[in-house]
Ligand binder design. Structure first.
Ligand SMILES: [Zn+2]
Length: 333
C-alpha cells in the first residue's frame, strides 16, 4: 500500500471494537472487529486496541511506518485537544488518556473524538453530506445521538457538550431519561422507549409477534405497524412527531442543510419514517430553511464512526485557527 495515504480508524462501542484502514478517499480497504469486554477496564480495552491495530496492519500488509494517523471514536465525552476520554459511561471510563497511550506504541498522531462527531465528519467528507457546509448526523438507535459539522468544522461547543440532541426536552416533565432528567427526546422516541411503550400499550404484543418479550426489537414494532396494526402505527407516528420536533429545533438553531439518519429506527420503511419526517420538517421548520434542508439516510451506516475516526486528522487541520489572537485594546489617556 502507498505510504502516507492510509489512516487507521477505531470505533470503540459498548459491544465491539471496529478497526478499519482507509485510503486517501476514505474508502475502507481493510477491516477487523473484536469484542469490547468493557467489564475488564480501560487498560484491557486499550491493549485490545493495540493488538487489533497490529493484527489489522499485518493482515493488510501495511507497515506501522506507512500509517499517517490513527483516530479513535468513543461512546462518550472526549477532549479532542489532549486525546483524552473524559467520561464514557458504557465503557466505565473516566479520564483515560487514549492518545498518550497509543502514540508511543505506533509513533503516529492519535486523534480522539466522540463517536457521533466522528460519524458526522465521515458523512461530511465522504458520505451523505459531501459538499454541505453544515450537516448533522443523527443516530436513532437504542438512544439518540447527534454530531454536527458547522462551517466545515466538527462543532464541539464551548462546554464540549454540543450535539446532545437526544436530551432536548420534547415533553415537559415527561418520561424519565437515562441522563437523570425528564421528557428528553431519547426517553420518548429512542429504540428503548419505543419497545417499552409498545409493551405497555399492546398487552398481547409477545403473542402477536410470536416471540418472547425479551427478544422484541424496534424492527418488530415497525413490521407490525407496516402490517396495519393501529396501535403499532400510533407508536411509530409518535416517533415521527417527537423526532420531528427535535429536527425542527436542530435545523432552526444550526441552519444545517442536510441531516443524515442512522441507527436501528432509521431502517424503518420510508412511509413510516423518512417521508412523514420530511413532511413534518417542511411544514414546521423556519420557512426559509424548511424547503431547502434535506433529510436522508446515512450513506455509511454503522461504519461512519470508524471511517470518521480514521479521518480525524483532517478535522484537526480544519480547526487550526486561521487568524492570530486579537490584540488587546489599549485605552487612550
Ligand atoms: Zn436525557
Amino acid at each position: 500500500m502507498n505510504s502516507q495515504t492510509c489512516n487507521v480508524g477505531v470505533d470503540i462501542g459498548g459491544t465491539n471494537i471496529k478497526f478499519g484502514i482507509t485510503d486517501s478517499r476514505g474508502s475502507v480497504v481493510a477491516r477487523h472487529s473484536v469484542p469490547t469486554h468493557a467489564e475488564l477496564g480501560s487498560d484491557a480495552i486499550l491493549s485490545s486496541v493495540v493488538d487489533g491495530i497490529r493484527s489489522l496492519l499485518a493482515a493488510a500488509n501495511v507497515l506501522p511506518g506507512d500509517v499517517e494517523s490513527i483516530g479513535v471514536g468513543v461512546p462518550g465525552t472526549a477532549d479532542s485537544l489532549s486525546g483524552t476520554v473524559i467520561y464514557a459511561p458504557n465503557l466505565f471510563w473516566k479520564d483515560v488518556p487514549v492518545a498518550a497511550v497509543l502514540e508511543p506504541v505506533f509513533g503516529v498522531p492519535v486523534h480522539v473524538a466522540q463517536d457521533t462527531r466522528a460519524a458526522v465528519w465521515a458523512e461530511y467528507l465522504v458520505g451523505a453530506a459531501q459538499g454541505a457546509s453544515g450537516a448533522a448526523s443523527v443516530t436513532l438507535g437504542t438512544g439518540i445521538g447527534c454530531g454536527l459539522v458547522l462551517d466545515g468544522c466538527i462543532f464541539h461547543g464551548a462546554l464540549n457538550t454540543a450535539g446532545e440532541f437526544g436530551h432536548q426536552i420534547v415533553q415537559i416533565d415527561g418520561a424519565a431519561c437515562n441522563c437523570g432528567r425528564h421528557g428528553c427526546l431519547e426517553a420518548h422516541a429512542g429504540g428503548l422507549a419505543l419497545v417499552r411503550n409498545a409493551l405497555a400499550r399492546i398487552p398481547d404484543l409477545a403473542n402477536i409477534l410470536g416471540k418472547p418479550t425479551a427478544e422484541i426489537a424496534v424492527h418488530d414494532i415497525y413490521q407490525l405497524a407496516e402490517s396495519g396494526n393501529p396501535k403499532a402505527r400510533e407508536l411509530t407516528d409518535e416517533v415521527v412527531r417527537y423526532v420531528g420536533i427535535g429536527l425542527v429545533n436542530l435545523i432552526n438553531l444550526t441552519s444545517v442543510e442536510i441531516v443524515a439518519l442512522s441507527g436501528g429506527i432509521s431502517n424503518a420503511p420510508d412511509v413510516l419514517l423518512l417521508d412523514p419526517l420530511t413532511a413534518f420538517v417542511r411544514t414546521r421548520a423556519y420557512v426559509s430553511a424548511a424547503s431547502r434542508v434535506r433529510i436522508c439516510r446515512s450513506a455509511l451506516g454503522d461504519d461512519a464512526p470508524m471511517i470518521g475516526a480514521s479521518l480525524l486528522l483532517r478535522a484537526r487541520e480544519a480547526e487550526i485557527p486561521q487568524v492570530a489572537a486579537p490584540v488587546p485594546l489599549i485605552m487612550a489617556g
